[in-house]
Write a protein that binds this ligand. Structure first.
Ligand SMILES: Nc1ncnc2c1ncn2[C@@H]1O[C@H](COP(=O)(O)OP(=O)(O)OP(=O)(O)O)[C@@H](O)[C@H]1O
Ligand SMILES: [Mg+2]
Length: 406
C-alpha cells in the first residue's frame, strides 16, 4: 500500500476531549474524504501529554479506525498543536539589496523573513509558524507578494507563533510511538481558520475562537494575514465541571446533561421544565429545574467572553475585528452561547460549520471537526506549494524519522 501514501494525506487532532484521525486523498478535483477514526482522548490535557502510554493508545485507536474505513495504512500525518503554552508575537526584519533597485527573488524573501525571526527566544521554546503579514519595499508598505518586484531594501512584518518545545516534542513522540511519522505541525486555530473563515472576513478583520474542551484558542486575521494569536485557558470542560459541582452529579453525567439540556441563557428555558439528575454515591437521582442548569452555565459563558474581550482589548486587537467573531470547536454548540457572545462582545458573531470534502459523512461537518478538516486543507495547500517551489521554501516539513521519506 506504500505507493498509495503519495496520494493520501492524514491529519491527526489530539484534543483534550477527542483524538481524531482524518484521511483524505488528492484527486484532480481536489481533496476527497477516505476515512476517519475518533477515540476518546486519554493522557492529554490542554494540549500537553500527561500520560504518554494512554495518549499513544488513543492515537492508535483513532488511526486504526481511520485505516479500516480507508482500507489503507497511515504512515505519515500532519498534527495539530494547541493549548496555553502557545504564544504569538509580531516581529519585523529586513535586508538591503544594494544602492540600486534589485529584482527580488525567493532567496531575498527568505533572508528577510530569517532576519525577522532573529529575536531572542528562551531555550525551552520553538517556532511553530512564521506568517508574513506584509512586505515593505523601499518604505512602500502593504505588499503581499514581492517576488519579481524591484527594490533597494526589502522589509517584512511577520507574526511568529511559538510553542513550548517539550510540549510539542511530547505530542510528536506520542504520534511516533503510535507508528506514525510526523510530517508537519500546525497551530490548531490556524488550521481551523482554513475550513471555516471566508476570504472577505480575513481581509476586513475577524477573530476566530476555537472553543474546545480544555482551552479557547484565538486567531485574528486582518488584510488577509494573521495579525494576532492567543489562548484563553477556559473551554467546555470548565462548563462541565461547574455543572458537576453545582448539581452534585458525576462529571460523566454532567457532560451528558450539558449536551442534552444545557443552555447559556437562563430565560430561554421555560419555567417548570424538570430534568432527572443522577446523584453521587448510592443516593437516588433527583428531579431538578432545567433553569438551574442554565443558571450555572450562563455565568461561565459570560466569563469566557469577558476574558476574550479583555484579552483582545489589552492587545489592541479588539477594534480590528470589523467583521466580528466566528465561533468554532465543540463547546460552541452549547445553545445560547452565540447570544452571550454577542451581548458581551457587542460585535456580530456567527457560528461555523466546516466546509465538507467530497464523499465526507455529514456527521463530520460539525464545529469540533473544523480543526482536523482545516489541517487536511493546510496539508493539501502545502503539497501544492511544494510542487511549485523546488527549493521547498514556504513549507515546513519536519522529517523526524529517517527512511520514511517525506
Ligand atoms: N452540544 C454540545 N453542547 C455543549 N457542549 C458541547 C456540545 N458538544 C460538545 N460539547 C463540548 O465541546 C468540548 C469538546 O470540543 P472539541 O472536540 O472541539 O474539543 P477538543 O478539540 O478535544 O479539545 P481542545 O481543542 O481544547 O484540545 C467538550 O467540552 C464538550 O462537552
Ligand atoms: Mg480542539
Amino acid at each position: 500500500m506504500g505507493n498509495q501514501q503519495g496520494s493520501f494525506l492524514t491529519a491527526i487532532d489530539i484534543g483534550s476531549a477527542k483524538t481524531c484521525a482524518f484521511m483524505a486523498e488528492f484527486t484532480e478535483a481536489g481533496l476527497r474524504y477516505r476515512g476517519h477514526g475518533i477515540a476518546e482522548s486519554r493522557g492529554s490535557r490542554k494540549g500537553v501529554i500527561v500520560e504518554l502510554d494512554k495518549a499513544v493508545a488513543s492515537i492508535q485507536k483513532a488511526v486504526e479506525a481511520a485505516e479500516d474505513v480507508a482500507g489503507a495504512p497511515v504512515e505519515h500525518a500532519i498534527i495539530g498543536i494547541g493549548g496555553a503554552h502557545i504564544r504569538g508575537v509580531n516581529t519585523h526584519g529586513g535586508i538591503s539589496l544594494g544602492t540600486r533597485p534589485h529584482e527580488i527573488g525567493r532567496d531575498e524573501i527568505k533572508q528577510a523573513v530569517e532576519r525577522a525571526r532573529a529575536i531572542p527566544l528562551p531555550a525551552d521554546r520553538e517556532i511553530l509558524h512564521l506568517l508574513p503579514q506584509e512586505f515593505i519595499l523601499d518604505e512602500q508598505a502593504g505588499i503581499h507578494d514581492p517576488l519579481g518586484m524591484m527594490a533597494a531594501r526589502l522589509e517584512v512584518r511577520v507574526h511568529m507563533v511559538t510553542a513550548a518545545t517539550s510540549a510539542t516534542q511530547n505530542v510528536i513522540t506520542a504520534v511516533n510511538k503510535a507508528g506514525v511519522h510526523v510530517d508537519d505541525t500546525v497551530f490548531e486555530p490556524l488550521a481551523a481558520a482554513d475550513s471555516v473563515l471566508r476570504s472577505d472576513e480575513r481581509e476586513l478583520g475577524v477573530c476566530l475562537a476555537d472553543i474546545g474542551a480544555g482551552s479557547t484558542e484565538l486567531i485574528i486575521f486582518q488584510q488577509g494575514a494573521v495579525a494576532w494569536t492567543g489562548v484563553i485557558p477556559v473551554g467546555g470542560d470548565h462548563f462541565t465541571s461547574d455543572l458537576s459541582v453545582g448539581l452534585c452529579t458525576p462529571l460523566s453525567e454532567a457532560e451528558k446533561i450539558k449536551k442534552i439540556f444545557g443552555n447559556a441563557i437562563v430565560t430561554l428555558i421555560p419555567e417548570g421544565n424538570e430534568v432527572e439528575v443522577p446523584s453521587v454515591g448510592d443516593r437516588p437521582s433527583r428531579l431538578m429545574p432545567q433553569r438551574l442548569i442554565a443558571e450555572i452555565l450562563e455565568p461561565r459563558a459570560r466569563e469566557l467572553f469577558e476574558m476574550m474581550r479583555d484579552t483582545l482589548r489589552q492587545s489592541g486587537m479588539f477594534d480590528m475585528c470589523i467583521a466580528g467573531m466566528v465561533l468554532t470547536g465543540g463547546a460552541s454548540r452549547l445553545p445560547g452561547i452565540f447570544d452571550v457572545a454577542e451581548s458581551v462582545l457587542r460585535r456580530s458573531v456567527r457560528l461555523s460549520w466546516p466546509a465538507p470534502l467530497a464523499k465526507m459523512p455529514s456527521t463530520l461537518s460539525e464545529p469540533e471537526f473544523a480543526t482536523v478538516l482545516g489541517m487536511a486543507n493546510y496539508g493539501h495547500r502545502a503539497r501544492i506549494a511544494r510542487g511549485q517551489q523546488e527549493d521547498r521554501w514556504g513549507t515546513r516539513l519536519k522529517a523526524l524519522l529517517v527512511g520514511k521519506g517525506a
